[in-house]
Unconditional design. Structure first.
Length: 457
């Protein structure tokens, strides 16, 4: 079954195959969830071969089944007075090492398969940060694009009116994700506070700085991604200075990855949104991108109106045909397939770092690994956001706030630690340099051993 793992026993292979088949049988339509489960289980074969206690205690069967799945109706009234109904979700996947923690996504593509893949990945990512946080994820098929502020508020308040009963600072702490930024977190926090009748700052992270947010949270996922890739490059004697970089997306993760890349001397020549991508061979003007995306909520195509030497092309996948030394997919799942991987490698890409969750398909990952491309998997490389969310919870608990520099330094240290523990785990299981396997194994061991210690629950 595996192209990623190498040290295997037949019974561990069988075990993984059985668990995976059961996942597909139970929820045949949840393709993204199948993909996330497959990637992780394949990497665990050498661990399961060496440690039969995990199979004996049905750890995998329990891991792939969420502790709780909540699905609910979200009615709201639009500007024309019409009643709209969306569907909301929260998947509380695993609380073995801490309260559930994971973002909320508002995007029309959201359904149970997306929320479950994100929640499942979050278990291992959160474990890798070294912080005591379990895995969860939530969202809705609501599309914030084209909605007025009042509509976004109406929807978000209705969403929280149901969600509030399932979350809390010691049980489940949501944050942002695609379509959920500072504005939506603010509205959610306001409604939670109103219903609960108390200022429980630790119930959400990614809050505004004026009411309990952490400095450097906004920057954390993008900066953290760049810190992780910096470690990976340094191990091979490289750095970012003068490198040509392509970053997909132009949302929170992309913008702050670009900011840090530019600070480190890289030339970022392209970014995108769901409509298309811009190519600016002189290097992207980040002030323009920030204004268009963070303030005006405009399309990336408008960039070329102000920078006529740049080009705009329709369709977001063409971005991977641009020659670059480093590629950072930071938009969405499965945005980089095997064809794109082949083009990147043919054009001389040296390193790929995943800022989005599961942006590369399994064949694309396998191709990069076979070609010896340095590859930083999402679970490890984009863990900076949740890590600083964890630091936001600590600051809320202590009723104090750290400086930007202090949070940034902790983030840098956490990303270094994640890199080192992924490298170590890969080496321990005879897969040197395979950070996909290393991150999955290191994340798994802590959760699995906590599950064993806590009995059959
Ligand atoms: P944002 O909503 O801020 O930005 C998302 C970006 O991706 C936008 O440019 C958007 O374009 C683009 N995009 C979304 N869907 C598609 C699509 N189907 N095809 C092409 N482009 C698309 O989200 P974030 O930056 O917060 O999240 C980006 C990724 O990073 C997600 O995978 C998320 O799960 C992951 N992530 C985010 C973290 C965070 O702290 N925010 C933490 C860890 C991971 P458009 O505006 O046109 O929709």
């Amino acid at each position: 079954m595996s192209t990623i793992s190498t040290t295997v026993s037949a019974s561990a292979e069988d075990y993984v195959q059985r668990v995976y088949s059961e996942v597909v049988r139970r929820d045949p339509l949840e393709q993204e969830f199948h993909q996330a489960v497959k990637e992780i289980l394949e990497c665990l074969v050498p661990v399961l071969s060496r440690h039969p206690q995990y199979e004996a205690n049905a750890v995998l069967e329990r891991l792939v089944e969420p502790e709780r799945t909540i699905s609910f109706r979200v009615p709201w009234i639009d500007e024309s007075g019409k009643v709209q109904v969306n569907r909301g979700y929260r998947v509380q996947f695993n609380s073995a090492i801490g309260p559930y923690k994971g973002g909320i996504r508002f995007h029309p593509s959201v359904y149970s398969g997306i929320i479950k893949f994100l929640g499942f990945e979050q278990i291992f990512k959160n474990s890798l940060t070294g912080l005591p946080i379990g895995g969860g994820k939530g969202g809705s098929d609501f599309d914030p694009k084209g909605k007025t502020d009042r509509e976004v508020m109406a929807f978000t308040q209705s969403f929280m009116t149901e969600l509030y009963r399932h979350i809390g600072p010691d049980t489940d702490i949501p944050a942002g994700d695609i379509g959920v930024g500072a504005r939506e977190i603010g509205y959610m926090f306001g409604q939670y506070k109103r219903i609960r009748g108390g200022h429980e700052g630790g119930v959400l992270t990614g809050k505004g700085l004026l009411y309990g947010g952490s400095l450097a949270r906004k920057e954390a996922t993008g900066y953290g991604l760049v810190y992780f890739v910096q470690e990976m490059l340094a191990a091979e004697g490289h750095d970012f200075e003068g490198q040509t970089v392509v970053v997909s997306g132009s949302g929170n993760v992309s913008i702050y990855a670009i900011e840090k890349l530019q600070q480190l001397g890289a030339v970022v020549v392209a970014c995108s949104d769901s409509g298309g991508y811009i190519y600016d061979p002189q290097g992207i003007n980040l002030d323009t991108v920030k204004r268009l995306k963070e303030q005006e909520r405009a399309r990336i195509s408008e960039y070329v109106n102000e920078h006529p030497h740049a080009q705009y092309s329709e369709g977001s996948t063409g971005i991977w045909t641009i020659p670059c030394q480093i590629a950072l997919p930071c938009a969405t799942q499965n945005e980089l397939d095997e064809d794109a991987a082949r083009k990147l490698v043919a054009n001389g890409v040296m390193a790929v770092g995943e800022g989005a969750n599961m942006p590369s398909t399994l064949p694309a990952i396998n191709y990069f690994l076979q070609q010896g491309t340095l590859f930083a998997p999402a679970k490890a490389a984009n863990a900076g956001g949740v890590a600083v969310s964890g630091l936001e919870m600590s600051q809320n608990g202590m009723r104090l706030s750290w400086s930007f520099e202090e949070v940034d330094e902790r983030l840098r240290q956490i990303m270094k630690n994640i890199y080192r523990s992924s490298v170590r785990a890969a080496e321990e299981y005879a897969l040197p340099g395979n950070l996909v396997a290393g991150a999955n194994i290191a994340g798994f061991l802590k959760v699995a051993d906590s599950m064993l210690a806590q009995g059959v629950v």
